[in-house]
Design a protein around this ligand. Sequence first.
Ligand code: SF4
Ligand code: SF4
Length: 152
Amino acid sequence: MYTRIYYFRFPKDTSDQPVIYHVIKKHDVEVNILRADILPQREGVMILELRGTKVNVKHALSYLEGLGVSIERLATRVRRDDERCFQCGACTGVCPVASLSIRREDMRVLFDPDKCTGCGQCVLICPVRAMEMSLGREWFDPEGSRTPSISR
Ligand code: SF4
Ligand code: SF4
């Protein structure tokens, strides 16, 4: 499964269109809304996690670009707090890309950030919150005010 987080800026004339419905129904892409500021007849912004096959996500992005939506990929940063991690291994069972794995020789849980897609599954399951996730970006809302970067 291909998972990426994007920042979208929607032009005014899309505010009353079922754009997200089409992304889900026509392109078979799951959408997780992390933030949305959309008002009728106003430019809007959304931060969405898109999940699906790589081809379907690409087609969904092309569809949005065709509507004049500006798209920016957010580089998700995931890190592990090694002080907190007690090597229980729970996160290795949910990581879809084996970024977290168990080294059989000594049963240590290894984390390879280069493989990580930023899906966030390990953040949800870790019992001691050792996995931390940040979108590592600041953005500006339609009113122009600055809002802090997301972390969870
Ligand atoms: S679930 Fe948390 S505590 Fe357990 S191995 Fe993974 S990061 Fe460490
Ligand atoms: S966020 Fe966690 S579960 Fe998802 S790919 Fe990265 S390490 Fe694996």
